[in-house]
Ligand binder design. Structure first.
Ligand SMILES: [Cu+2]
Length: 153
């Protein structure tokens, strides 16, 4: 009888701990990728997915492989899609925010070397609340439209 009570106590403790960690989960950055840059272009773009359990805001980015990393968005200007710098990207609580071609992206200005498919580089993101996150950005071929499957090769 005593043993059964002990098991129940342990079980309820483990359950409580799991519930607590779900509530205090951390901001995560997934699927960071960039397109290889053609020729001698010294401008590139990085894309990724951000999810945070609490509202946050991406306010800056930096990478050792470029002079500057700017937050950009794309919008229609007349009949043309144009990109422009933005001060930050809001991350609503519990919602996935995806930076992808044709939309928001991280512009890499002044690349020290062209981005080559198969390489990767570090990118540091600064969040208003979560602080910094450094992710590895995989470089995909020039025509890629998304990150390669990460589970199979
Ligand atoms: Cu841009």
């Amino acid at each position: 009888m005593k043993a059964i009570r002990t098991v129940l106590l342990v079980a309820s403790f483990v359950f409580a701990a799991a519930a607590a960690s779900a509530q205090t989960g951390q901001l995560e950055v997934h699927d960071a990728w960039a397109r290889a840059t053609p020729g001698k272009s010294n401008i590139g773009a990085a894309y990724l997915t951000i999810r945070s359990p609490t509202a946050d805001r991406l306010v800056a980015a930096s990478t050792p492989i470029a002079q500057k990393a700017e937050l950009h968005t794309m919008e229609m200007s007349g009949m043309v899609m144009k990109m422009r710098p933005i001060a930050g990207i809001d991350i609503p609580a519990g919602q996935k925010v995806t930076l992808a071609p044709g939309g928001m992206h991280i512009m890499l200005v002044g690349l020290k070397e062209p981005l080559k498919a198969g390489q990767s580089f570090p990118l540091t993101l600064n969040f208003a609340k979560a602080g910094t996150r450094t992710v590895d950005v995989a470089v995909e071929r020039v025509g890629a439209v998304g990150p390669a499957a990460t589970t199979q090769h």
